[in-house]
Design a binder for this molecule. Structure first.
Ligand code: NAD
Length: 423
């Protein structure tokens, strides 16, 4: 599946998909051609070469990007991805999606995203640290708490954010500048609840949809991608009584029609690095089939383009939760919408991460830190309000939740642009 997915990543350009969806929604709401023209392009894209001294003494140069899509509503905000398939267009697409995501949940931030073309599993810890610091040396003049605030994404984590924040502070006369990066460890100003925020947020909106659709309490769930977002979502759903029958990672899939014990599977994955060898897994089904399993709910928590025209006809789930960014291509999305599949779109489903990143920044700015329950209750309130806005807008336009979310987001961004006199 990893190879198959990588091929799909190469075939379908996520930036083209992002622009296509923007144009479709622009048509639906009669967006002015000026606004559409403006919004198709990131305001700035940085491309940097990062020379890293490797442990053997040689120098290797890594390519990195930072795309800043729109800051009409606030500083650019978005994660940094370390992955061999990172490309300029992927980062541009992700930065546009961040603009919509921040607007959907109505937090005062714009959209940005960064990435480095690298397979971090092939680097030693010290090489990874030098790469992370090198990236900040290359882009530091273009980021800051009021300019652009990075955060973790695929294959980056709190430790990498700490190195980056430390490097940024060093480059700025050692002034404390904690709000420059979010997703930091709690010891350095990170927020309690940030580690589970994306999955928590997704669960709140999933619960809201389940209520609307009167989903049965023991509905079956399959989760593609068992990393930070996917494994935590699977665990919450399991604790709430749902039957998580399948999970997959880049190498393998665990399946049990009776339902998997997710806390045990998380431990298993930590020890063995894969999921198919889990004792409860009954069937060695090829993991490429996870998207075609007969389940009530399919959670996509891996990468872009998991479902495209090539496999969309095999999808049997009634509900899809897009924890990953851009996991369904626009043509596949149209097919699923016509089939009646209810999709919680990425810009709403996974907005919990950036929402708690925003709450982290608020705490950094006031230098006063909240208890985990307070963070969670603020997150819940924001996510439920966002869901209600998207649901009502979707009803009004007789459209799916994706268009509902896009309409809410685009209108907010366009209003800010108009108020600034940009259009
Ligand atoms: P992660 O690196 O922790 O996990 C990614 C998981 O996907 C890994 O288990 C990996 O093995 C798996 N995977 C990769 N290719 C796969 C394939 N072809 N089939 C099945 N599994 C595959 O990353 P994450 O932080 O969990 O992010 C996952 C997705 O969620 C990404 O699209 C990311 O942009 C999005 N997201 C994450 C957050 C967050 O806070 N973590 C926030 C918003 C969006």
């Amino acid at each position: 599946m990893a190879n198959q997915n990588n091929n799909l990543l190469n075939q379908i350009n996520p930036y083209h998909s992002a622009v296509e969806t923007l144009k479709d929604v622009a048509d639906l709401i009669g967006l002015s051609s000026d606004a559409l023209e403006f919004l198709q392009y990131p305001q700035k894209v940085l491309k940097v070469a990062i020379p890293v001294k490797m442990d053997d003494g040689s120098i290797k140069v890594f390519e990195g990007f930072r795309s800043q899509h729109n800051n009409a509503r606030g500083p650019y905000k978005g994660g940094i991805r370390f992955h061999p398939q990172v490309s300029e267009d992927e980062v541009k697409a992700l930065s546009m999606w961040m603009t919509w995501k921040c607007a959907v949940v109505n937090i005062p931030l714009g959209g940005g995203k960064g990435g480095i073309i690298v397979d971090p599993s092939k680097l030693s810890e010290s090489e990874l640290e030098r790469l992370s610091r090198g990236y900040i040396q290359a882009i530091h003049k273009n980021i800051g708490p009021d300019i652009d605030i990075p955060a973790p994404d695929v294959y980056t984590n709190a430790k990498i954010m700490s190195w980056m924040m430390d490097e940024y502070e060093k480059l700025n006369q050692n002034f404390y500048n904690r709000g420059v990066i979010t997703g930091k460890p709690v010891s350095l100003g990170g927020s309690l609840g940030r580690d589970t925020a994306t999955a928590d947020g997704a669960y709140y909106v999933f619960e809201a949809l389940a209520k609307k659709l009167q989903l049965k309490a023991d509905a079956t769930i399959a989760v593609q991608g068992f990393g930070n977002a996917g494994s935590i979502f699977a665990n919450i759903a399991y604790q709430k009584g749902y039957k998580v029958v399948a999970v997959s990672d880049s190498r393998s899939m665990a399946f049990s029609a009776r339902g998997l014990d997710i806390p045990e599977l998380i431990e298993h994955k930590k020890i063995h690095g894969r999921v198919d060898t889990f004792k409860e897994s009954e069937d060695q089904i090829e993991n490429k089939e996870i998207t075609s399993l007969k389940v009530d709910v399919l959670v996509l928590a891996a990468l872009e383009n998991s479902i495209t025209h090539e496999n969309v006809e095999n999808v049997q789930a009634d509900i899809i939760v897009e924890l990953a960014n851009g996991p369904i291509s626009p043509d596949a999305d149209e097919y699923l919408y016509k089939k009646g599949v209810k999709i919680i779109p990425d810009i709403l489903a996974n907005a919990g991460g950036v929402t708690v990143s925003y709450l982290e920044q608020v705490q950094n700015a006031s230098n006063y830190y909240w208890k985990a329950e307070e963070v969670k209750s603020k997150l819940k309130e924001i996510m439920i309000e966002a869901f209600d806005n998207c649901w009502e807008t979707a009803q009004e336009y007789e459209a799916g939740l994706r268009y509902g979310a896009y309409i809410v987001a685009i209108n907010r961004v366009v209003n800010a642009m108009k108020d600034r006199g940009w259009i």
